[in-house]
Ligand binder design. Sequence first.
Ligand code: FAD
Length: 468
Amino acid sequence: MAVSDRVFGLVIVGGGPGGLASLLAAHKMGHLEDLLSAGVAVVEMADHLGAGSIGRYAINSDSGGRTFVDCLDGNHPSELTELRAHPLTRKLAAAGDGPVALADAGRFLSLVGEAVERMMRSHPASAVLTRHEALCAHQINDGWQLETRDLETGAVRKIKARHLIVASGAHQPLQRMASEQVGARSLSERCGDRLLQSGDVLTAAGLARVQGMLTGKAEPRVAIIGGSTSAAAVAHALLNRLPQVSFGTDGVTLLHRRPLRIYYPDRQSALAESYAEWTEEDVCQISGRVFRFAGFRLDSRELIMQARRIGDRPPEPRLRLHHLRQDDDEAGRIIDAADVVIAALGYRPRAMPLFDHSGAAIELFSHTGPQAPMVDGHCRLLDASGTPLPHIFGIGLAAGFVPRGRLGGEASFRGQANGLWLWQHDVGALIVNAVLEDAQPPQPKPDVMLSAVQAFFKAALPLPAPIG
Ligand SMILES: Cc1cc2nc3c(=O)[nH]c(=O)nc-3n(C[C@H](O)[C@H](O)[C@H](O)COP(=O)(O)OP(=O)(O)OC[C@H]3O[C@@H](n4cnc5c(N)ncnc54)[C@H](O)[C@@H]3O)c2cc1C
């Protein structure tokens, strides 16, 4: 039957790491077959599923190697469990809780995508539409109608879905730099050509561009604006991956608003390093981890610990930390003196236009403010009033999901949980359960995902030795 004549149980828009996460969660839960039988279609612009954009970054991961490969586990042999023996899987697994190159993570996710693609293509009820762009979706009785364009032929197709997942990734809007004020002027106006975005800088081409802008300067200076993982990753990359640039004291300044928190695997190791700026609100009550989501990890963690002189790390005089205040003249001076200014102001979800039953555009909650999430605590897309839309979920970078309750995390956490592992476990499981419960009456079943999560934390390896 042609794709456009069928009603799929689930259509996933975006076949990157976020898009595949629910399928991988279903595999781990032992429900992938049930899900595929309900009819699943993935619509992806690229040639293949899996990689998304993670592999384009020329830096190391901020999650341990084993968090990437954990998605291959399952109770029954499958295309995915077979990948456990692949040399790349072994390489990532061998890193344990240590970092891996994101280029390797991207290659690994391509392998995972190929395996999922084979499983889906061999399943009569499912379909993979690569080189297809999702254009928009209209609400219909009992679900959604998605409009897609074949990027080779230009043909436009309509696909009906009972449930839709929006997993089309995120971007760094230029608008954000225009609206960020430093003194009386916007950041983009004040910095002109010196201003770059963190996502562009963290690629091989981006780092080469920054190197070109700084080569030959006697005292190169860079200002990074932001206190996120990306901001610290940029600082680490500049200091360690630009061989032709020698930064002097305070050569790189990180201007941040939020406090720079440090992740610890447990309370004892934090206290052993006299790190005491946390309360029980900052501890994940499931795993016992301190600043499980808000804390810097791996390369970024070591760098920020050096700069903050935590845990007897050797100093890093090339990095200066500047805590931004209201009417901060010093911040203006740092930015004006910089040869390059890098904005690490976060990502926003890239959602396609949605229309209601009457054909009117649906404004999303994520459009109501620069930090407003796209989804609620059940991964459901929210309209502008904050009401969940029926049968449509969001997952992936900047979707805005904040874990709570049995999903763990520290109660004080306010940001976005952007880790793949979480999406492939509890977050993906939330969506799988909602879709399957709708397809068939709920039946009592063992909480497979909870035991998988508990096993993961039990097997936690010690953190790698500090770098530097
Ligand atoms: C610098 C950086 C470092 C990171 N490091 C880590 C890390 O170490 N560990 C970790 O767990 N996470 C990390 N992340 C977070 C996250 O895992 C990655 O950003 C990941 O790529 C997000 O996956 P995604 O599917 O949400 O988005 P993407 O990877 O961007 O994938 C989106 C997919 O949707 C497709 N698409 C987009 N629009 C459409 C459309 N209209 N129709 C059809 N297809 C469409 C795209 O082609 C793409 O394949 C990092 C993020 C960044 C920015």
